[in-house]
Write a protein that binds this ligand. Structure first.
Ligand code: GLU
Length: 506
């Protein structure tokens, strides 16, 4: 009969329960984020629960600060969407979010159950003996494995060794004849682990469980119904199922996610340092762009499509569509993903307000010592810049790069320089000043484009393209960039007049 899980108030917890179980032996990278995300969207779609479980069983390999960093990065990925907070329930089964891993007591008790049942045994082999076994196997070109020697110790021999105070570990007896299991992604599967491995250690000499025991015990006690994890664990699953069988527990369903590789099929190297989330956060990428990219290159959706929101990922995800092919990641496309999501943020009233604040800070930080005219920090102005430049920028910080400095500080342009483009600098300047008296109601890019066309007809000999070049330089100090009409709309008539007058009087 299926177990009924209850929260602190005794209410039955329904729906699937999944977990993301990163080891704090390093920082969160794109592969980890993808596993977390698939778990999350599956839970959300099925009205289930997503649990974060930091697996710090291997204390020797724990990197200080890694657990906090992983949580911090999940918060970051969550910052606009509140994606995993909403799903965790409170209670002994799962915290909010669950961050409890080392359950040495529970695992210790569990290992005793297995010892009592004869499914596990104490192993007294010394590290020296194990090392000899290893070397011998390598010499014979075989894969090293424990020879299960202590399996055959009699109770009397065990008692004697214990009485002598010898060190011991607990090993799990790997039985032959594993049953196949149906993986949600890979289909029917089984690995005759006993044929290729020696009995694995499940409890170490220091009383701490190894991953295999802790994982099974924690998943059972937390009521995990579906284990969605990286494909590197596929071959361990038969071993885990043997453990479930030995305990007499109902196992969860397993689904293994294919590898995430570079575009050329090579391994995503954590050493490259460029796949860690911290880097993307620092570079100003939007979390949604990352979520979109890592699901876009993988499977699980009927169609390949860019620009999906998290809500769309949840509603369109179909676990049965995850294929066994590796997902190829094209990091060069990330700016494009970001551009799409940035555009969506700018178009959304509430999200835009946040961007306005961020841009104001960026401008102050970048141009503060160049005496930014406080007017350029006004909300309306910053908002106008965002609305007009949406779709053209892939990062917010693009707007404080050199190409856009004219938005925040007046450019240095000499009249002599402008005269090399057209001798009619004064005439054009005056015509533009006249144009700036236009009523605000007709201050649109379209209208201004028409006006500029008419204005050129009033010059004696300046071509339209030269006039535009001259005005773009006068207004922005740049040879390229947005249209002159857009610059005028952004800067507003007062600032345009200011810049033209400055050139005329230089
Ligand atoms: N702690 C394991 C890892 O970091 C998780 C394995 C699992 O999900 O069972 O890969």
């Amino acid at each position: 009969m299926a177990r009924v899980l209850r929260d602190v108030c005794g209410a039955a917890v329904s729906g699937p329960r999944v977990r993301f179980g990163p080891s704090p032996t390093g920082f969160l990278h794109l592969g980890g984020l993808r596993t977390a995300l698939y778990n999350y969207i599956f839970a959300k779609q099925q009205r289930g629960t997503f649990v974060l479980r930091v697996e710090d069983t291997d204390q020797g390999r724990v990197v200080p600060g890694a657990a906090e960093s992983i949580e911090g990065m999940l918060h970051w990925a969550d910052s606009h969407l509140q994606w995993w907070h909403n799903t965790a329930v409170t209670g002994p089964v799962c915290g909010k979010p669950h961050r409890k891993t080392r359950r040495p007591q529970t695992s210790l008790a569990a290992s005793e159950v297995l010892l009592d049942r004869g499914a596990a045994y104490r192993c007294f082999c010394t590290p020296q003996r194990l090392e000899l076994l290893r070397k011998e196997a390598l010499r014979n070109q075989q894969t090293p494995r424990y020879d299960n020697r202590c399996r055959h110790l009699t109770p009397k021999e065990v008692a004697e060794k214990l009485a002598r105070g010898l060190d011991w570990v607990v090993r799990f007896r790997l039985e032959r004849g594993v049953e196949p299991f149906q993986d949600l992604v890979y289909g029917w599967n089984k690995h005759e682990v006993a044929e290729v491995e020696g009995d694995p250690v499940i409890l170490k000499g220091d009383g701490f469980p190894t991953y295999h025991l802790a994982n099974v015990v924690d998943d059972h006690h937390m009521g995990i119904s579906h284990v969605l994890r990286g494909t590197e664990w596929l071959t361990s699953t038969s071993k885990h199922l043997l453990l479930y069988k030995a305990f007499g527990w109902e196992p969860p369903q397993f689904g293994h996610l294919p590898l995430l590789l570079n575009k050329d099929g090579s391994k995503l190297s954590k050493r490259q340092g460029d796949i860690f989330l911290e880097r993307f956060a620092q570079e100003g990428y939007l979390p949604e762009a990352l979520l979109d990219m890592i699901t876009n290159c993988g499977s699980g959706f009927a169609e390949k499509q860019m620009g999906r929101t998290l809500e769309e990922l949840i509603s369109q995800f179909e676990i049965g569509r995850i294929t066994t092919h590796s997902a190829l990641l094209d990091l060069e496309k990330l700016p494009e993903f970001n551009r799409m999501h940035l555009t969506r943020h700018i178009e959304n009233e509430a999200l835009r307000q946040k961007l306005i604040q961020e841009l104001q800070l960026l401008v102050e930080h970048t141009y503060g010592d160049q005496q930014v005219d406080k007017e350029v920090l006004e909300k309306e102005y910053v908002e106008q810049v965002l609305l007009l430049r949406k779709g053209h920028i892939s990062h917010l910080k693009d707007l404080v790069s050199g190409n856009y400095s004219y938005l925040w500080v007046r450019p240095l342009v000499s009249r002599e320089h402008l005269q090399t483009i057209s001798a009619e600098v004064d005439e054009i300047g005056k015509l533009v000043l006249g144009l700036m008296a236009k009523p605000a109601a007709v201050w649109t890019i379209e209208e201004l484009n028409k006006d500029l066309r008419n204005l050129q007809k009033q010059t004696r000999e300046t071509k339209y393209s030269s006039m535009m070049k001259l005005l773009r330089l006068a207004l922005s100090g740049q040879q390229h960039g947005p249209s002159v009409a857009e610059m005028m709309v952004t800067l507003g008539p007062r600032e345009v007049c200011g810049r033209i007058r400055k050139v005329l009087s230089s």
